[in-house]
Write a protein that binds this ligand. Structure first.
Ligand SMILES: [Zn+2]
Length: 274
């Protein structure tokens, strides 16, 4: 906060999704705050000449990374080469790079005056670490919803930012079956689940704080108790972590901790066995 922006550089043209205001509007703007909306990162800045506040918003997609650098080179980056997609340089020479491996970049950068105009932001559900996300908020989201709790937790339109990995973690910590019907939770269960969501996400942020981007992936994996650990031992009860796979994703869980010891039906598997 308070840093003055020197310039934003586009190294891969497809990542900038907006053209008004132009990127040059960032020159001399003063950062007034940063926040997260789901998987969008928002840097708010006051333009040098006054006027409406600017929002430089990024979505890292699946493979994008943000790397903070204390000192960036003076010369602009070369376009279209390597993993660099976007660079923001501050007047003091520090800044960050947004990178994504591969030639086709899926990460996105937007420069707007109203963040709600970005497709996907307006549709996002509440942010779980926002103080406004109370047990009542969660109860309201679950009420009358006759779908599995796992699907509700990872749906960005209902609750922003939990996603597939952390919904596995939340349900394991809450000792709840991923197949539980959302609408069937008692008030006590909603309150317990709410506390676990806050605890799990807060812990995840605490672990990633101050780590270089290259260590983040490793650290995320190390901090997960069930997600991505099929066949390993549950750290709580010693049972073997199981998996149910779907067409485009999979969930992991512990039967002893979450489903009374009974393995969940895997529709794909049972279809194969018929
Ligand atoms: Zn267990």
């Amino acid at each position: 906060m308070g840093r003055v922006i020197d310039q934003g550089y586009i190294a891969e043209f497809s990542v900038l999704k907006t053209y008004d205001p132009p990127l040059t509007a960032l020159h001399g703007a003063v950062v007034t705050g940063t926040s997260r909306r789901g998987k969008f990162l928002d840097i708010a800045a006051r333009p040098a000449g006054g006027g409406e506040p600017l929002h430089l918003v990024t979505h890292l997609a699946r493979a994008g990374w943000l790397r903070w650098r204390d000192s960036l080179p003076e010369q602009p980056p070369k376009a279209g080469k390597g993993p660099l997609a976007f660079r923001l340089r501050f007047a003091d020479g520090a800044g960050f790079d947004l990178t994504e491996a591969g030639t086709r970049k899926r990460l996105a950068v937007y420069l707007v005056t109203d963040i709600e105009t970005i497709p996907g932001v307006a549709a996002l559900g509440p942010e779980p670490l926002d103080p406004a996300f109370t047990p009542d908020t969660l109860a309201g989201i679950l009420a009358g919803r006759r779908t599995q709790i796992k699907g509700v937790l990872r749906d960005q339109k209902l609750i922003a930012g939990i996603g597939n990995a952390y919904s596995d973690e939340v349900l394991h910590a809450a000792k709840m079956s991923p197949y539980r019907l959302a609408s069937s939770l008692s008030r006590d269960e909603v309150e317990a689940l709410h506390a676990v969501i806050i605890g799990t996400l807060t812990e995840a942020i605490g672990r990633s704080d101050g780590l270089a981007a290259s260590d983040l992936k490793k650290e995320k994996k190390a901090g997960l108790r069930v997600h991505g650990r099929v066949g390993e031992t549950c750290s709580v009860c010693g049972d073997t972590i199981r998996e149910v796979s779907f067409a485009d994703s999979a969930l992991q869980y512990c039967a002893t901790c979450q489903t009374g010891g009974k393995p969940l039906a895997d529709r794909r598997l049972s279809r194969l066995l018929k």
